[in-house]
Design a protein around this ligand. Structure first.
Ligand SMILES: Cc1cc2nc3c(=O)[nH]c(=O)nc-3n(C[C@H](O)[C@H](O)[C@H](O)COP(=O)(O)OP(=O)(O)OC[C@H]3O[C@@H](n4cnc5c(N)ncnc54)[C@H](O)[C@@H]3O)c2cc1C
Length: 296
């Protein structure tokens, strides 16, 4: 690990040599040199300016549920929008304004309580609103189905802009928003019967629990579904790889597109398993599986 940098004073959380394994659902990852949680947009802008002046890499982390951090140290600045200002959820009729750091599960619960539907199809995804927009995440529905606009900060200038969903080129697990930091989202939901929305949420969660290893340490589906009707999980299953283990990383028996950390897996174990899957599926079916998870 390199020497600590003299970070500008901020009111938000700041720490050094923070283990990233504590901040990912995989529970994997080496330390990061600097971990920072800005208290507001002004502090975030100052951090970006500081990082640029010191030529430090930055990475924005949400709930860390779609990331595999390597075992070696990350020597840049890890920015987490975990402070109160970035986690606000505010309902005005059918409109909801949500901070990028708010957890999807909390937004869904509150929408159910208010008898609003449109977001319950994301139930069981353990991420933040910012991460979900960046990944264009979805289960029964995708996040962009009810997204009206987002407030972002330009990574280079620190300027704040509002982008309408219709002007963003969202695609399957892709947003193209790499030059921005998501700050806030505005969703348009539909009035519905509270009981109906709550039951739909429970039904979808029950279905997800039945087919996916939600209680294990993972980062969700490792590979994108290839551009045809056969899901990646089926190719992996047909390659007889269910249950295959390298170190403490294992291909889930329940859902072959999940790699789980059974105890204290290293990123390297997961990466070797990813390579094995890609090679096997390529040689048997001539299909190139592309990782959905981000490897940092
Ligand atoms: C058990 C399990 C089940 C899952 N099920 C699903 C599913 O059904 N469907 C699905 O699509 N995904 C699923 N996932 C994957 C993951 O939960 C989603 O992709 C989630 O939306 C990621 O959100 P996050 O906050 O954890 O993002 P992170 O993993 O922290 O980050 C993901 C990416 O988003 C970027 N990012 C995060 N926040 C911001 C921000 N504020 N501004 C700019 N960029 C940002 C990060 O830099 C990174 O590139 C699952 C994961 C697990 C562990």
């Amino acid at each position: 690990m390199k020497k600590r940098i003299n970070f500008p004073k901020i009111k938000g959380k700041l720490c050094y040599n923070e283990p990233l394994s504590a901040h990912t659902t995989f529970r994997i990852g080496g330390p990061c040199a600097t971990w920072v949680e800005p208290q507001n947009e002004k502090e975030l802008k100052n951090i970006l300016k500081f990082a640029r002046s010191k030529k430090k890499k930055i990475f924005i982390i949400g709930a860390g549920s779609n990331i595999l951090f390597r075992d070696r140290a990350f020597n840049g600045i890890m920015i987490h929008l975990g402070s109160k200002n970035f986690r606000k959820i505010h309902f005005t009729g059918t409109k909801v304004t949500v901070g990028a750091g708010a957890m999807l599960s909390q937004i869904i619960m509150q929408a159910c309580k208010n008898g609003l539907s449109g977001i319950e199809g994301l139930v069981g995804i353990p991420g933040t609103m910012g991460g979900a927009i960046f990944m264009n995440s979805g289960y029964n529905r995708v996040v962009t189905d009810s997204l009206d606009e987002i407030k972002v900060m330009e990574r280079k200038s620190g300027n704040i802009r509002r982008l309408k969903t219709k002007n963003i080129k969202f695609a399957y697990r892709h947003s193209g928003l790499n030059s921005y930091i998501m700050l806030e989202a505005t969703l348009r939901l539909k009035k519905n019967n509270r009981k109906v929305v709550t039951e739909e949420r429970a039904r979808l969660l029950g279905a997800k629990k039945k087919t996916q290893p939600l209680r294990e340490r993972s980062a969700g589906c490792v590979f994108k579904n290839p551009d045809n009707r056969i899901p990646a999980a089926l190719y992996i299953e047909m390659s007889q790889l269910k249950g295959r283990k390298i170190g403490d990383a294992k291909i889930s028996e329940k859902h072959a597109n999940f790699i789980i950390n059974t105890k204290s897996a290293k990123a390297n174990d997961v990466l070797r398993l990813i390579n094995l899957v890609r090679k096997r599926v390529k040689s048997r079916f001539n299909i190139n599986l592309i990782p959905e998870i981000e490897i940092v």
